[in-house]
Design a binder for this molecule. Structure first.
Ligand SMILES: [Zn+2]
Ligand SMILES: [Zn+2]
Length: 233
């Protein structure tokens, strides 16, 4: 009897399209999200700077990156951090909605599509151990793990470390933001490697610069910083 019920339930799931994790709709659900919900997620407006990935007036490398080259080779974001994707990331990060890992990794993989070579390593922006204990998981690491299935590369949990706890960048005055993350990260075991670092959201870009600096200091040959969302003003 139990076996028959299981058979019917699995047959039912195969016949019926899966439900969207956001709206419960059934229309063309890919990696847990339906076509309508996906249409509400907006990409950054091209042209984008080839290095920092900011929307700029003309194709190529922006003036800021030319005058002061950042410590990463590229920074890529899948979409604008607003509306639906902001809600999904919030649920994913603070409400244990880890079911979105695959969907979010898929978005990051699309953003990285222009990068044809697989990286040697995939890492994630680390959390301080006390934050990790409090939250129970590193949301960016969950994305990194799924991302490896799309773009290749070995996922490494141990190459980046956050050495001290820092207050959230959000809401800090600019001067404090600059100092807040200074020497907060260290890297090991990346000498001569190409590394993709995953973050959920890029706001000021300060974290990206500090993490990339640590990787460069440890001898990384190429650093690509990839996020799901990005704030645009
Ligand atoms: Zn939906
Ligand atoms: Zn730039």
């Amino acid at each position: 009897m139990w076996y028959t019920c299981m058979m019917i339930s699995s047959l039912w799931e195969t016949l019926l399209p899966k439900r969207c994790l956001v709206c419960s709709g059934r229309d063309r659900v890919t990696r847990g999200v339906c076509v309508r919900c996906r249409s509400l997620i907006r990409q950054l407006d091209a042209p984008l700077c080839e290095v920092c990935g900011r929307p700029v007036g003309t194709p190529g490398v922006c003036l800021k990156c030319m005058l002061s080259p950042p410590p990463f080779d590229r920074m890529v974001s899948a979409c604008v951090y607003e509306g639906l994707i902001q809600d999904i990331i919030h649920q994913f990060k603070y409400r244990r909605a880890t079911v979105f890992s695959k969907f979010l990794a898929g978005l990051v993989a699309q953003g990285l599509a222009a990068d044809s070579e697989s990286p040697d390593l995939i890492a994630a922006v680390p959390l301080h151990w006390s934050r990790l204990v409090q939250r129970g998981y590193n949301q960016s690491m969950l994305i990194a793990r799924e991302l490896s299935g799309y773009i290749g590369g070995v996922v490494r949990y141990d190459v980046l470390h956050k050495t001290r706890k820092t207050p959230s960048q959000v809401g800090l005055p600019k001067v404090d933001r600059e100092r807040n993350l200074e020497r907060a990260f260290t890297a090991t075991g990346v000498e001569g490697k190409s590394v993709v670092v995953v973050d959920d959201v890029i706001t000021t870009g300060r974290t990206a610069r500090e993490v990339s600096r640590a990787l460069r200091h440890a001898g990384a040959e190429r650093v690509v910083f990839a996020s799901v969302g990005r704030t645009v003003s």
